[in-house]
Write a protein that binds this ligand. Sequence first.
Ligand SMILES: *Cc1c(COP(=O)(O)O)cnc(C)c1O
Ligand code: SF4
Length: 345
Amino acid sequence: MPLSETLTPRSPGSALETPSHVTWHQIFKEAIRDCHQLCQELDLPARLAEETSSSTEDFPLFVPRPYLRRIRRGDPRDPLLLQVWPRREEQAPFPGGSADPVGDGAASLRPGLIHKYPGRALIVATGTCAVHCRYCFRRQFPYGSVPRTLEQWRPALNDIAADTSLREIILSGGDPLTLRDGLLAGLGEELASIPHVQMLRVHTRVPIMIPQRVTSELLDWLGGSRLRTVMVLHANHARELDDEVGSALARLSRAGVMLLNQAVLLREINDSVSALRDLSLRLVDLGVVPYYLHQLDRIHGAAHFEVDIGRGRQLVEELRARLPGYAVPRYVQEIPGQSSKTLLL
Ligand SMILES: *Cc1c(COP(=O)(O)O)cnc(C)c1O
Ligand code: SF4
């Protein structure tokens, strides 16, 4: 649908669900970028907006409306709000922290292509995301150097074609699903034409943030590829997964996409047995396997989200005692220089 046909103005908060004719582009454009506006829409005291971090200058607030609607009004401790709210604590340095805690710089073959682990390489497809997560480990990534067109991707594609050990290519970011389907389908076709590549994996938060992004064009190129397609979602809390998200995930499953989830263990957000159990059970109900639970990467500005590893191990052990094995995520940490994520339990 051309964008011009869909520019119907909508008064904020007037509808509980996004009308079906509104495109994901438009929802993206209408994301909340202003702390005062967020406070107003969520019935939060205006003084909260005065107490935000100055780090919003280089990493602004960015909250799309489908996610906003899942945040509990009037609750400054809401676990969904805490993921996106720029608290003043972001200004505190992270002891032992870094701007590149996972060693992406050292593993970059060329701008936008990271090869750390045997058999799989990761393409940083874009710096744009559909939400700004305050704990993000790539918030200081040098996105300016990432290619923007298929032609600019040519050298990275040539590297992948030349390395027959690469079975799997991961599209990551930023969030690859903020790119147009035309560009993604083109990239997918190029990768499918490389005989040794078998798997295409997409790491994304978009189907959760803007479920309307799961368009028939997206399903066509993902489901129609020669490559086996895997999508790794990124939900940290069960309440992120409402029925709108559920139906987007069902469409992906029906198109043959394998669905996994990775979460980050986050203080006050999901650091309890009940929060982790509810997340796993909701994921499984929606056909998504809880794949990883990540220990937080020590990026500056995120110290207030850290849960210590001892506590993390205890939580995952308690999960294992309550849930079937497939519903217990692997608790892992990314340590630079290792040939895989490091299992913590
Ligand atoms: C996490 C990661 C992967 C994927 O690791 P899996 O254990 O296969 O999920 C691949 N490449 C890079 C650079 C990564 O950070
Ligand atoms: S969607 Fe992913 S890359 Fe983007 S801000 Fe959130 S955690 Fe970071």
